[in-house]
Design a protein around this ligand. Structure first.
Ligand SMILES: NC(=O)c1ccc[n+]([C@@H]2O[C@H](COP(=O)([O-])OP(=O)(O)OC[C@H]3O[C@@H](n4cnc5c(N)ncnc54)[C@H](O)[C@@H]3O)[C@@H](O)[C@H]2O)c1
Length: 248
C-alpha cells in the first residue's frame, strides 16, 4: 500500500496558503503533478516554487473559482498544458480577506451570496469542469474540504458559511451516486479548527479531546488517502478530521 499518485494531475483550489498549500505539498510528495490555484498570483507562485524546489512537478493557475467562466478557462488551460485533471481538491472556502462572524439576523442579501458562491458554487464550477472527462477516462477523485460548521451548530456567527459547507456535502453525496461505477469517487472532509499563525492555540484547543488544533498535514494525509487508488471503494462519504471534538 503506497498511495502512489505518480502520473496523476491534481488541481487544488485556494492552495496559496494554509490547508491548500499543505495538501499541494502532500499530493506532490506522493508523485502527483500539482496545479496550485489561488486568487493571488504571488501566493500561488511561492507554493509552486517550494514544490519545484522539492523536486515536484507543479504549476500555478490564478483564477477566481467563484467565477464559472474563469474556472472553465483555467481547466481548459490545464488540460492543454499539463493534462486532464485526475484529482480535484475543492479547498478554497475562506474569503481572502478572512471570515466575518455575524449573527444571521444582522446579515443582508449582500452578505449571503459571497459565502454561498465560495462554498457551494465554486465547488459546482470546479466539479462540473472536470467530472465528465474523469468519467470518460474511467478514473477520478473529487474531494471537497468542508467544515464542522456544516455539520454542527455553533451560534458564533457562522450560519451562512455553515449553510454553504452543508450544501456542498449534500451535493457531493448525490454526485457520488451519479458517477459511481465510472471509477470516479466523490468525498468530503469535515474539518475542525486548523492552526494558523497568530491563533491562541491553548484557548482554542481546550474543547478538543486530542489537546491541540489541527495542522494542514492532518488534512493533507486524509486527502492523499481519498485521492489514492487504495480509496477506490470509499465514495459519498464525509470524513471528520476534527481532533475528536464531535464523535459519530
Ligand atoms: N482554517 C480552519 O480552521 C478551517 C476549519 C474548517 C474548515 N476549513 C476549510 O479549509 C479550507 C482552507 O482553509 P484555510 O484556513 O487554509 O484558508 P486560508 O484563508 O488560509 O487560505 C485560503 C486561500 O484561498 C484563496 N482563495 C480565497 N477565495 C478564492 C477564490 N475565490 N478563488 C481562488 N482562491 C481563493 C485565498 O487567496 C487563500 O490563499 C477552506 O475550505 C475552509 O473553509 C478551515
Amino acid at each position: 500500500m503506497t498511495f502512489d499518485l505518480t502520473g496523476r494531475v491534481a488541481l487544488v483550489t485556494g492552495a496559496g496558503q494554509g490547508v491548500g498549500a499543505g495538501v499541494a505539498h502532500a499530493l506532490a510528495a506522493q508523485g502527483a503533478t500539482v496545479v496550485v490555484n489561488d486568487l493571488s498570483a504571488e501566493r500561488a507562485g511561492v507554493v509552486v516554487d517550494e514544490l519545484v524546489e522539492a523536486g515536484a512537478s507543479a504549476t500555478a493557475a490564478v483564477a477566481d473559482v467563484t467565477d464559472l467562466t474563469a474556472v472553465s478557462a483555467m481547466v481548459g488551460q490545464i488540460e492543454r498544458t499539463v493534462g486532464p485533471v485526475d484529482v480535484l481538491v475543492n479547498n478554497a472556502g475562506l474569503p481572502a480577506e478572512g471570515i466575518r462572524l455575524r449573527q444571521f439576523r444582522d446579515t443582508t442579501l449582500e452578505d449571503w451570496e459571497p459565502l454561498l458562491r465560495l462554498n457551494l458554487y465554486a465547488v459546482l464550477h470546479c466539479c462540473h469542469a472536470v467530472v465528465a472527462g474523469m468519467c470518460d477516462r474511467g478514473w477520478g477523485r473529487l474531494v471537497t474540504i468542508s467544515s464542522e460548521a456544516g455539520r454542527m451548530g455553533s451560534g458564533i456567527g457562522l450560519s451562512l458559511y455553515g449553510a454553504g459547507k452543508a450544501a456542498a456535502v449534500g451535493f457531493s453525496r448525490n454526485l457520488a451516486r451519479e458517477v459511481a461505477g465510472s471509477g470516479v469517487t466523490v468525498n468530503c472532509l469535515s474539518l475542525g479548527t486548523i492552526w494558523r499563525e497568530g491563533v491562541d492555540e491553548e484557548r482554542l484547543a481546550r474543547p478538543y479531546p486530542i489537546g491541540r488544533l489541527g495542522r494542514a498535514a492532518d488534512v493533507a494525509a486524509a486527502v492523499v488517502f481519498l485521492a489514492s487508488e487504495e480509496a477506490a471503494w470509499v465514495t459519498g462519504q464525509t470524513i471528520p478530521v476534527n481532533g475528536g471534538i464531535h464523535t459519530s
